[in-house]
Design a protein around this ligand. Structure first.
Ligand code: UTP
Length: 290
């Protein structure tokens, strides 16, 4: 049973400056909900009960968001705002949430290695704190990965199909289709030329790892951007351990880049019962003025 998850959220967020100078991009709202809350909800709905967040400087808002706020609760209680009170209490009661501080920002692989002593000798899920995965099935994407882990017994990475001409923007999987959206991974290629790309299946920010990933991370030297890259550790791991890709049913929203952030907000606002119709009218009017 997989009960622990790790959420890295320490990165500088340089693609979102100046906002990220003093505020975490993981707290960027999707209409009214911080991105990282949606990530935690996905983990919890997938059966996770224990979450370790890797944070750093300028990330205090994340800690406070998952803590209780007694004064606010009292205020909502006195004013009879029960629905809001329930929503606020739900945030701090969802799971056991722990924090660890990444001392120097040496990349995603380095951030994950801070989870070693907390995770111990158990398999765990890894969810990027700035990426929302919307599921098109009854099961959240992390649950879909856990199912593949339980069935095939090896680490699993979420894969999203991307248009062939855009493969050069992503980490792409090289592997063999073993049926039902599952691939046996041979290797990964960073940003390949579309003409020679081994597939059009890209990393999507969700993983399930067996604990030996930590041994491979220790052996991984600095790679691209002089950072410790999780992909490099996974490439070495795939040479000696079974590793699988899961083409999940759903859509990835990378909130860490500005255009996708705006698109994601429009996407979710159009699903919002009170906002949908006024937003459509507003956008139609706006387009006429262009
Ligand atoms: P990104 O590569 O999107 O984060 O990492 P970044 O480095 O903050 O982004 P840019 O390129 O500067 O805009 C994906 C996730 O991994 C975390 C980030 O916080 C994000 O949630 N991360 C990244 C860490 O926790 N530590 C790191 O050293 C790097």
């Amino acid at each position: 049973m997989i009960r622990k998850a790790v959420i890295p959220a320490a990165g500088f967020g340089t693609r979102f400056l100046p906002l990220t100078k003093a505020q975490p991009k993981e707290m960027l709202p999707i209409v009214d909900t911080p991105t990282i809350q949606m990530v935690v909800e996905e983990a919890v709905d997938s059966g996770i009960t224990d979450i370790l967040m890797v944070i750093g400087k300028s990330k205090r808002a994340i800690e406070e968001h998952f803590d209780r706020n007694f004064e606010l609760e009292q205020e909502l209680e006195q004013k009879g705002k029960e629905d809001l009170l329930r929503q606020i209490r739900h945030i701090s009661g969802m799971a056991n949430i722990h924090f660890v501080w990444q001392k120097e920002l040496n990349g995603l692989g380095d951030a994950v290695s801070y989870a070693r002593s907390h995770v111990g000798n158990e398999p765990f899920a890894l969810l990027l704190g700035d990426t929302i995965l919307e599921s098109y099935s009854d099961e959240p994407v992390t649950r879909q990965l856990i199912n593949v882990f339980n069935q095939h017994g090896g680490s699993v990475v979420a894969l999203e199909e991307v248009p062939q001409e855009k493969v050069s923007r992503y980490g792409i999987m090289d592997g063999e289709d073993v049926g039902d959206g599952v691939y046996r991974v041979r290797d990964f290629v960073e940003k390949p030329d579309p003409a020679v790309a081994p597939s059009n299946l890209a990393f999507a920010g969700r993983y399930v790892f067996s604990p030996d990933i930590f041994d491979f991370l220790i052996q991984t030297g600095r790679g691209k951007n002089n950072e410790i890259q999780l992909t490099d550790a996974m490439r070495t791991m795939a040479q000696s351990r079974p590793m699988f890709g899961c083409r999940f049913s759903g859509k990835r929203h990378d909130v860490g880049n500005k255009f996708d952030f705006v698109k994601t907000n429009i996407h979710y606002a159009l699903k919002h019962p009170e906002m949908k119709d006024p937003l459509i009218s507003y956008l139609k009017e706006l387009v006429k003025t262009l």
